[in-house]
Design a protein around this ligand. Structure first.
Ligand SMILES: Cc1ncc(COP(=O)(O)O)c(C=O)c1O
Length: 445
């Protein structure tokens, strides 16, 4: 007798209302190209690259093949005291894509680990330079840098922090968020021009308060992804770079979402023309198939930490993960980056971005409850006013109804976000946006 499908009674899901989920579990069993198949046999259009990861679309043969070959060759190798040929190859490929003199790659297995790695690198660098007092980190309100204690502390999404406040890093501050709902609620493929300089607060209040000479690093997402695709004003990232340079502060771009093609360029750093001291990456690097993340840092940072590392046998940076540079993850990433290059997928994201942006603005502006729409690169968000029964409820209901109609959209509070795989076709964009519009139009007043 065949085993009946599991009811999932023993699973505790991440970032999910588990009690509600249990009433009607959503279960995915296979995927191909732009579509999932659910346990009930329904086709679901993946409008969010499955958490921003699957840039090349699902179940791509060259990636699967590379993984299989790697398993038959070198399945796993200790990450400490050894390299592996795949990790070498991938580091070269990533550095070739990276801007400026970001020449060294440290591998980990997620965006959260990348965040904590970059913060630790900043501390190690300043200590190596004789500036061990630089221990303050500055993030931004509504920023997301994963769920480790470091990333959570510099992160600024209040719901992620409130239960864990007692364990937060002590010397952290946050800059103001980059949104002006009054004058720039609607942004289509451009950078808004704010009348006031958001970074005055950093220069005039935050840095003097902590003393700029105590600050190790400022970490931001170039475009705030998890909060709901919020776009920085013109000149913001350039000015942030200047302020960091002026005060000897390291600048970290968390490009876990914006890295590897989402804006049509290798990194958001290229899109905005600003070179940070470190770039964190994760999503899209293996097309989501095997967990992987990493930090790319400037050559000088690596040199400072390693040269001041004590005697030649001493480990200079006491940090790393059992699965740093895992050969199977690296093989998947090498194959992913090759596939992206062969199929010109960054350029395709650049091409399809305006199609998505236009469709969102055209179809959703003016619908009930819509209070903003923002698009840049191949991602776009529509913001709804919160329901009187609670913030996030309206977004969650729209997500569920879209799913019922076969379209996966991501709800981030009352934002609904699309960030499809770069292979998305125009008709699929139109279909997903039309479905979202229909669902929003049908919401109760
Ligand atoms: C900017 C950013 N940093 C870090 C993370 C955390 O990544 P992970 O979930 O792989 O730990 C995310 C995840 O969405 C992210 O968007």
């Amino acid at each position: 007798m065949p085993t009946p499908p599991s009811r999932g009674d023993h699973l505790w899901l991440p970032f999910t209302p588990n009690r509600h989920f249990r009433q009607s579990p959503r279960v995915l069993v296979s995927a191909k190209g732009m579509y999932f198949t659910t346990q009930d046999g329904q086709q679901v259009l993946d409008g969010i690259s499955s958490l921003w990861c699957v840039g090349a679309g699902h179940n791509r043969a060259p990636i699967n093949e590379a993984i299989k070959q790697q398993l038959d060759t070198l399945d796993y190798a200790t990450a400490f005291q050894f390299g592996n040929d795949r990790a070498f190859e991938l580091a070269d490929m990533i550095v070739n894509l990276a801007p400026g003199d970001l020449n060294r790659v440290f591998f980990c297995t997620s965006g959260s680990e990348a965040a904590d790695t970059s913060l630790k690198m900043a501390l190690a660098y300043h200590r190596a330079c004789g500036q061990g007092q630089r221990t303050v980190f500055i993030g931004r309100e509504r920023g997301y840098h994963g769920v480790g204690f470091g990333g959570m502390s510099v992160g600024g999404i209040s719901g992620n922090r409130k239960a864990f406040g007692a364990a937060m890093l002590p010397r952290v501050d946050h800059m103001a968020f980059i949104h002006d709902p009054l004058h720039h609620a609607y942004i289509e493929a451009e950078l808004p021009q704010f009348s006031q300089d958001l970074l005055n607060e950093l220069e005039q209040r935050i840095l003097p308060l902590h003393d700029a000479g105590n600050v190790a690093a400022i970490i931001v997402e170039p475009v705030a992804g998890s909060a709901g695709w919020y776009i920085p004003p013109q000149g913001y990232l350039q000015r942030l770079r200047q302020i960091c340079d002026k005060h000897g502060i390291l600048l970290i771009f968390d490009e876990v979402i914006t890295g590897l093609g989402r804006l049509g360029t290798p990194f958001a750093s290229d899109y905005f023309g600003v070179v940070p001291d470190m770039i964190n990456f994760a999503k899209c690097v293996t097309n989501g198939v095997v967990p992987m993340g990493g930090v790319i840092c400037r050559e000088g940072l690596y040199q400072a930490v390693t040269e001041q590392g004590g005697p030649a046998h001493a480990i200079e940076f006491m940090h790393g993960y059992t699965y740093s540079g895992h050969p199977v993850a690296c093989a998947a990433a090498v194959a992913t980056l090759q596939l992206m290059a062969q199929e010109g997928l960054f350029a395709r994201a650049a091409q399809m971005g305006p199609v998505l942006g236009r469709a969102m603005h055209q179809s959703l502006k003016g619908l009930p409850h819509v209070v903003g729409i923002r698009s840049l690169g191949l991602a776009a968000a529509v913001e709804l006013s919160p329901s009187q029964q609670g913030a996030g409820l309206r977004g969650y209901e729209v997500f569920q109804e879209c799913l019922r109609r076969g379209v996966l959209v991501r709800s981030a509070g009352d934002n609904l976000v699309f960030a499809p795989p770069f292979i998305v076709e125009r008709e699929q964009v139109e279909h997903m946006v039309a479905t979202l519009a229909d669902v929003i139009a049908g919401l109760p007043a």
